[in-house]
Design a protein around this ligand. Structure first.
Ligand code: IMP
Ligand code: MG
Length: 184
């Protein structure tokens, strides 16, 4: 784990400072869970997590959903191991469940350019779900380059690199309980 000094995380030349506390995150995720439970009352949605980043948000969100639901995951490769997007998206792990005619909620860690979520939406649409909504823990509105509607947003944040609560830097720091933003 990184050394956390006076609330700063220093990773080589990069310094990260606190952006979202554990308490703020948990409160927001509780609200999103309540909202989804209301919106999908009497339905049984399939909650689909996008690996790896979404697994932390997804597990907290799920435990705040009080209606029946099912769970599945798929995996994309887009980012390499560093901080910049590769611009390519490909599918590494397919869904296991049959989504035809089902109500789907796609859960993402963060929407940056929107490329990944656009790819996912287009791909899943081909399987004819009854409906599809997007839940993103974080959203960088100033980075969005694709036309995608995000139905449930945890927090809107500046267009800077963040880590923690599932979000990685070179595959690490996903296990931080709060979110830190690069200080540049
Ligand atoms: P997009 O396709 O440009 O919207 O990028 C989405 C994906 O890039 C997310 O699912 C993350 O895996 C990754 N990503 C984007 N911004 C960040 C960040 O600030 N920290 C860590 N990962 C990020
Ligand atoms: Mg991701």
């Amino acid at each position: 784990m990184p050394e956390i000094k006076e609330e700063q995380i220093v990773l080589g030349k990069n310094v990260f400072i606190p952006l979202l506390s554990e308490e703020a995150i948990q409160a927001r995720v509780r609200d999103l869970g309540k909202q989804i439970s209301l919106d999908y009352k009497n339905k049984v949605p399939v909650i689909i997590g996008v690996l790896n980043g979404a697994f932390v948000f997804m597990s907290d969100l799920l435990r705040n959903i009080s209606i029946d639901c099912e769970v599945d995951f798929f995996k994309l490769s887009s980012y390499g191991d560093e901080k910049i997007t590769s611009g390519n998206v490909s599918l590494i792990k397919e869904l296991n469940c049959d989504v035809k005619g089902r109500e789907l909620i796609i859960v993402e860690d963060i929407i940056d350019s929107g490329l990944s979520i656009k790819f996912i939406k287009d791909m899943i649409s081909m399987h004819n779900p009854a409906s599809m909504r997007i839940a993103a823990f974080l959203f960088k509105p100033n980075s969005l380059r694709y036309d995608v509607k995000i139905d449930y947003i945890g927090f809107e944040i500046p267009s800077k690199f963040v880590i923690g609560y599932g979000l990685d830097y070179a595959q690490k720091y996903r296990n931080l309980k709060s979110v830190y933003i690069i200080n540049e």
